[in-house]
Design a protein around this ligand. Structure first.
Ligand code: KIV
Ligand code: NA
Length: 253
């Protein structure tokens, strides 16, 4: 069974949690899909494996290149691709062009974009009207790093109300799901209860309809990971040991 955006909405109604992770290449995508994940995000956290410090330098061509590899490895999960910084914020036609390229060139089913201010809501509505499934992303939005930093968002009553209203507006614009990043768990719960579409949390407590993490954090491959990311294995250590063993054996002939 191939997972659709409607399936995710149905799972929310049924109270079945949605499991999501990021992938940037064929090998990892194939493993995640075979392990039964529901949603695979080709995140602009691709920055990690490209050696960028932030997501800002990632280009649309880089996203498409990696999304094609991911797509080839996935049979079942819904594949969502991030639109990178400044490939959709400029105008509706820029967003349409970028999202269109992603869907047509990679075979992914949906795009994700950051922010919930009125101009972004309008962009989302137009993409959805054109037949492009869109995932929202509010709270901490890493493409706004130089404005927001990496702090938890939505702490004050005003900020919390603004994020709730952004989520509601994005739902009305037609997003099929929304990422809630690094906001207080009570706010994530409030948004989750208010919306019909599923919320996917990252550093937003356990009350969201689903969870997502960056796979290199989960596997202990990232140089540093956010405090909210649970590390399930330490591949940096495993790889170092394996490579050192290999080096030893080669030198011992
Ligand atoms: O780029 C990414 O990996 C993301 C997730 C953390 C939601 O946007
Ligand atoms: Na992202």
């Amino acid at each position: 069974m191939v997972i659709t955006t409607q399936q995710l909405i149905q799972w929310k109604q049924q109270g079945r949690a949605i499991v999501a992770l990021t992938a940037w290449d064929y090998v990892i995508a194939q493993l995640l899909d075979a392990a039964g994940l529901d949603l695979i995000l080709v995140g602009d956290s691709l920055a990690v494996v490209l050696g960028y410090n932030t997501t800002l330098p990632v280009t649309l061509d880089e996203m498409i290149h990696h999304a094609k590899a991911v797509r080839r490895g996935v049979k079942r999960a819904l594949v969502v691709v991030d639109l990178p910084f400044l490939t959709y914020q400029e105008s509706i036609s820029q967003a349409m062009h970028s999202a269109g390229r992603v869907l047509k060139e990679t075979g992914a089913q949906a795009v994700k974009l950051e922010g919930g201010h009125p101009s972004m809501v309008e962009t989302v509505a137009r993409l959805v009207q054109a037949g492009i499934p869109v995932m929202g992303h509010v709270g901490l939005t890493p493409q706004s790093l130089h404005q927001l930093g990496l702090r938890q968002q939505g702490k004050s009553p005003e900020a919390s109300e603004r994020i709730l209203n952004e989520a509601i507006a994005l739902e009305q614009a037609g997003v099929f799901s929304i990422v809630l990043e690094h906001i207080p768990p009570q706010l994530a719960l409030q948004i989750t209860q208010k919306l019909r579409i599923p919320t996917i949390g990252i550093g937003a407590g356990w009350e969201c309809d689903g969870q997502i993490l960056v796979t290199s954090d989960v596997l202990g491959l990232s140089e540093k990971q956010p405090l909210f990311a649970k590390v399930y294995t330490n591949l940096r250590e495993e790889i170092t040991k394996a490579v050192q063993n290999y080096a030893l054996e080669v030198r011992d002939r």
